[in-house]
Design a protein around this ligand. Structure first.
Ligand code: NDP
Length: 338
């Protein structure tokens, strides 16, 4: 049972060597005293930026951390091998929180969800049909309150969440511009995902000027994935009554001291509604989301790009790659092919 063990708490930028891949014992049967546990075989692991926060030692908070010496855990797709939990049975395909290991005993099986559709690649449940997809859907439709014709700006736009936000916004009749960190990603945004325009933020010495170029009349909606200097520049370019959905701030996750945001006065001056949100608080709309998104994929109205890495040995590098912009599309690790 190959596992990715967490070595020790991380300060600053995480490294591959903060994790170690080892061969643990294989358990192909649940122990007698397993309570309502479920034994699963991992098929796909999801690399998500929030896993960085689990690498920090959290003091005085009820948030979770990984345990040094134990396997990392996160979203994944798995097959049930044995179950003492009435809602899951042998052979079920599930997605939810699993260990970063080939076989995993899930002690909180209520965190595993049955797949509604299996006529698309199962890896989609780490992304477009799973937590990141729900994040894009809930964040855009519930937090941004979009109107057709409005101007939308998405940062980290080619990633798991961003590519979907942009496409939902286009389907809603908005004008959409995205930014990303390479030419390849900018091309994807313009030529594959159908963004109206896109730019490489790493090539812009003045982000304020760049945004003025793409939004001469200002931004109605900003879907915030990165924070820092980008947020500061966006604040200068928001329209009156604009909305900012604060989904993530990946530029800040590895800093020992967060950067200052200097232009917050524009929230007041322009009556901006800036709202943070977490996917976890929106699971009640998951059934509606998955129904609609599945249909849009089947009709060819949404395109989805994954960056698939093979083998659990490569999982640590794939996770660290998120913070270097190495992934092109949703970062997935295949553990066992379907
Ligand atoms: P992505 O697939 O977008 O991967 C992360 C991307 O972030 C990288 O590819 C890179 O793209 C970009 N990035 C990395 N470092 C920086 C940096 N210093 N400055 C600017 N961009 C950077 O990840 P997700 O789509 O899964 O997540 C996107 C955001 O959404 C994250 O902030 C994440 O924390 C947040 N999130 C929030 C959720 C919620 O419930 N609120 C749930 C899921 C995600 P590039 O090459 O373009 O720089």
């Amino acid at each position: 049972n190959k596992q990715v063990l967490f070595k020790d708490y991380v300060v600053g930028f995480p490294k591959e060597s903060d994790m170690v891949v080892t061969a643990g014992e294989i358990t192909l049967r649940l122990p007698e005293d397993a309570g309502n546990s479920v034994l699963v075989k991992s098929l796909y692991l999801s690399c998500d930026p929030y896993l960085r926060s689990f690498m920090s030692k959290l003091v005085g908070s009820n948030a979770q951390s990984f345990v040094p010496g134990k396997p990392i855990f996160g979203f994944g797709v798995a097959k049930v091998l044995e179950s003492k939990y009435p809602d899951h049975k042998e052979g079920d395909l599930v997605w939810g929180t699993i260990g970063w290991e080939e076989y995993s005993i899930i002690k909180e099986p209520q965190n595993l969800f049955k797949m509604k559709y299996t006529d698309l690649p199962l890896s989609y449940y780490t992304g477009i049909l799973g937590m990141p997809g729900l994040t894009a859907y809930a964040g855009f439709f519930e937090i941004c309150a979009p109107k057709s014709g409005e101007s939308v700006y998405v940062s980290a736009a080619s990633g798991a969440v961003g590519q979907l936000v942009g496409q939902f916004a286009k389907l809603h009749g908005c004008f959409v511009v995205g930014s990303a960190g390479s030419k390849e990603k900018v091309d994807l945004l313009k030529n594959k995902f159908g963004f109206d325009d896109a730019f490489n933020y790493k090539e812009e010495s003045d982000l304020n000027a760049a945004l003025k170029r793409y939004f001469p009349e200002g931004i109605d909606i900003y879907f915030e994935n990165v924070g820092g200097a980008m947020l500061d520049a966006v604040l200068l370019n928001m329209k009156k009554n604009g909305r900012i959905a604060v989904c993530g701030m990946i530029s800040q996750y590895n800093l020992e001291k967060a950067e200052g945001v200097f232009n917050l006065i524009h929230v007041l001056l322009k009556s901006i509604r800036m709202v943070g949100f977490q996917a976890f608080d929106h699971y009640h709309i998951y059934p509606k989301f998955v129904e609609e998104t599945h249909r849009l994929i089947k009709e060819g109205k949404i395109i989805y790009v994954e960056d698939i890495v093979e083998g659990i040995e490569n999982a640590p590098a794939a996770l660290i790659g998120l913070f270097k912009g190495r992934n092109v599309g949703k970062q997935v690790v295949v553990i066992a092919p379907e």
